[in-house]
Design a binder for this molecule. Structure first.
Ligand code: ADP
Ligand code: ZN
Ligand code: ZN
Length: 698
């Protein structure tokens, strides 16, 4: 007898073949089974979805094709996994086939049946013994004990609001241990924003769990694995062999049949939001998945996203508590004080001051004592723009509405948006004037400048000091970031200059001073999330200082902020290390303006050769949705150019959709989707368009 089965395949996103396709199979296939199916002249990987029910309309007109084969040796994906995919697809307005197939390792798709058979044979079965160092397991602090008891006794989801250095990671480790002690089959998913920056975390988990569970108890999942590694790790998770999966946002879709705990570290980090394809928030999906699988979810941060903070609000007389349970760990382990925040009023400094004398003195003193310093500047390159002092020519990118950045090291002008690179001209391309000069300053220049300023300073051993720079440029080559971080850890670097890359999560032991130069831009940005991001960046950066108690005895650790607005409430809150005060103030503003989390947003972006064409598409879509939007109280804003309107000669426009009800917004988007697809045919000039639900940047 032959069976009809429906199979999810990855069809091109806008082909209209959104859902599952129906095939025939000689054998019944359990939903979740991986199969190969013919589509056109190709053979595709697919996932058997739910068997079509009798009420489904059988496709009468076409002869059904048969599935080619089922993948041997791989158990079916679980119903909850499929539900997660289905939910993500519908919430983020993509096809389930796209989401499902993107979540599977590419080798499942790319290996032929023969290659797959060979691959199965060499599957190693022996668990390797762990040979690394075993660590002494610390006794939990009172705060950690309390938090762990709360996690054990409640359902969650939990927002672990713990200062930098309060021992959050230790809480994750113990929570995982508790889960495994209760059920040796259990699996734990730990997510980090950027795995490249956190080999330390992997090491800590391994050192804790490998002695008992074997060196293979932990696998990682992130984009820098080779396809073969990714397949191996995926299979370890899918088969239930791996106890712990540690990964970046993509890991939220890992197939883990015995998942019982999900940890999202640094939950506020914007990298949890996928920026292409299905633009999902791995943090939000983690919470959803926890609910689906009855797994506990811990979101951890020293500066939670305002969304999570709001969701974890305590009950008041007027309002019930939020859905998350907030757990706080205010103290740093070892009673270390948080760094003293010192603000330098740049209005009182001589014109063009880069480092105030005070800051410079403090840096000199500390380096002489053998301490390390971090200098944070969120702009790479030498100078953001090159300028002709005669005719006013500026180093605009011919392909983008942006300036090309001056990189002095290789003497290029480089566009950070489209990559267009040219040698620096000797003279002004417009008037021939030889006097062209950099405007503003980036990390390259800062590094050069500091070398001059600190040229006479010596380390305790009499050697000249070493300044290093870490940013997207200095770490372009594979392995370079790890190498440079290792040098900082080893103490070979005295002053580290860098972008936000240096603020995230590193456990530099000898840093006692962190300086942020000119962070003012975010105070007056048109992006309503800019202050939130700045605050968390500065808090994180401050958290890099004084992590080693023995260093703190020598000199109190400090965070310096040079600003033209030193009395801004954001810096006031920073000085007090008072995230709750900052959050309260921001949430009040958001509530008044009905911005998230008090409303829900989606963006439609369109790209075309001309701005008019991009906007025409969006405005037509707006007209098509107007009646339904009205009915559902959804606001559709007119199309506007994006902040950087043109990139690589493509014009970009966007349209904001807002609603105070998430449900109504979802309802609207689901219906409107068809209009958008249909409209595309009448707007041939539109190159692509995409919906971004809960966008992070507007
Ligand atoms: P967070 O993740 O909150 O920044 P960590 O978990 O990394 O904090 O802890 C900061 C430091 O304190 C680490 O070096 C960690 O080993 C140490 N630590 C954590 N908990 C304890 C404890 N209970 N006793 C002693 N040291 C601890
Ligand atoms: Zn000129
Ligand atoms: Zn460009």
């Amino acid at each position: 007898m032959s069976h009809q089965i429906s199979v999810m395949v990855h069809t091109p996103a806008h082909s209209g073949l959104g859902g599952a396709l129906t095939y025939e199979s000689d054998l019944a296939q359990t939903p979740g089974t991986l199969v190969r199916v013919p589509l056109g002249s190709r053979e595709l990987l697919g996932v058997v979805w739910d068997t079509p029910t009798a009420s489904d309309e059988a496709p009468q007109t076409m002869q059904l094709r048969k599935i080619a084969s089922a993948l041997e040796g791989i158990g079916p994906l679980s119903p909850t996994w499929r539900q997660l995919v289905q939910f993500a697809a519908s919430y983020y307005q993509r096809s389930a086939g796209e989401v499902a197939l993107a979540a599977l390792p590419s080798q499942l798709r790319d290996l032929s049946t023969e290659q797959w058979a060979r691959r199965l044979k060499r599957k190693p079965k022996v668990t390797t013994a762990y040979e690394g160092a075993t660590q002494t397991i610390p006794t939990p602090t009172d705060e950690q004990t309390q938090v762990l008891a709360d996690i054990a006794a409640n359902k969650g989801p939990f927002l672990l609001f713990g200062n930098t250095g309060s021992g959050k990671t230790e809480v994750y480790l113990r929570a995982a241990q508790a889960v495994l002690a209760h059920n040796p089959q259990a699996q734990i998913l730990v997510m980090v924003p950027e795995i490249n920056l956190t080999p330390q975390l992997e090491e800590r988990f391994r050192a804790r769990f490998a002695p008992q569970w074997g060196a293979d108890c932990l696998v990682s999942m992130h984009s820098s694995l080779t396809p073969a590694q990714r397949l191996k790790n995926w299979l370890a998770a899918h088969s239930g062999e791996a106890r712990i999966v540690l990964g970046t946002r993509m890991a939220v879709f890992a197939s883990m049949p015995h998942l019982q705990l999900i940890v999202v570290d640094e939950e506020h980090d914007p990298s949890y939001k996928q920026q292409e394809g299905a633009r999902y928030s791995a943090r939000d999906l983690a919470v959803y998945r926890g609910q689906l699988e009855s797994a506990k979810v811990i979101l951890g941060s020293a500066t939670p996203s305002l969304e999570s903070w709001h969701h974890s609000r305590p009950a008041t007389a007027a309002e019930p508590a939020g859905r998350y349970m907030r757990l706080a760990m205010p103290s740093r382990v070892g009673q270390g004080a948080l760094p003293l925040v010192r603000r330098v009023d740049m209005n009182r400094q001589p014109y063009k001051t880069v480092f105030s004398n005070h800051l410079l003195d403090a840096m000199r003193e500390r380096v002489t004592r053998g301490e390390q310093i971090l200098v944070l500047l969120n702009r790479r390159g030498y100078a953001p723009v090159l300028n002709c002092n005669d005719c006013g020519w500026k180093s605009e990118c011919p392909h983008c509405s942006a300036y090309r950045v001056f990189h002095k090291l290789d003497r290029t002008l480089r566009c950070h948006h489209c990559g267009f690179t040219q040698p620096v001209p000797r003279a002004c391309p417009s008037c021939g004037n030889l006097d062209i000069s950099p405007l503003g300053r980036g990390t390259e220049q800062l590094e050069e400048h500091l070398a001059e300023l600190l040229a006479d300073v010596r380390r305790p051993d009499g050697a000249p000091i070493r300044i290093a720079r870490i940013d997207a440029d200095s770490t372009r080559l594979k392995g370079e970031l790890e190498r440079q971080l290792a040098e900082v850890h080893a103490g070979a670097v005295d002053v580290l200059v860098g972008t936000q890359m240096i603020a995230k999560g590193h456990d530099f032991r000898r840093v006692t001073l962190v300086a942020a130069l000119n962070p003012d831009g975010a105070l007056f940005s048109s992006d309503f999330r800019a202050p939130e991001r700045l605050f968390s960046l500065l808090m994180q950066a401050a958290g890099r200082a004084g992590r080693d108690a023995s260093m703190r005895l020598v000199s109190p650790c400090e965070m310096w902020v040079q600003s033209f607005h030193p009395m801004h409430p954001l810096f006031e809150a920073l000085k007090q290390h008072d995230y709750p005060a900052f959050a309260e103030q921001q949430l009040k503003e958001r509530e008044q303006a009905t911005l998230p989390p008090f409303s829900f947003q989606a963006l439609v972006r369109a790209e075309a050769r001309s701005q008019e064409a991009a906007q025409a598409f969006l405005n037509a879509a707006r007209d098509a949705g107007a009646a339904l939007a009205d009915e559902l109280l959804v606001d559709l804003y007119p199309a506007v150019p994006m902040t950087i309107q043109r990139v690589a000669n493509i014009e970009r426009a966007q349209m904001l959709i807002e609603c105070t009800s998430r449900k109504a917004l979802q309802h609207f988007l689901a219906h409107w989707q068809a209009d958008l697809h249909a409209m595309r045919n009448a707007h041939r000039q539109v190159i692509r368009w995409a919906v971004d639900v809960d966008p992070l940047a507007i």
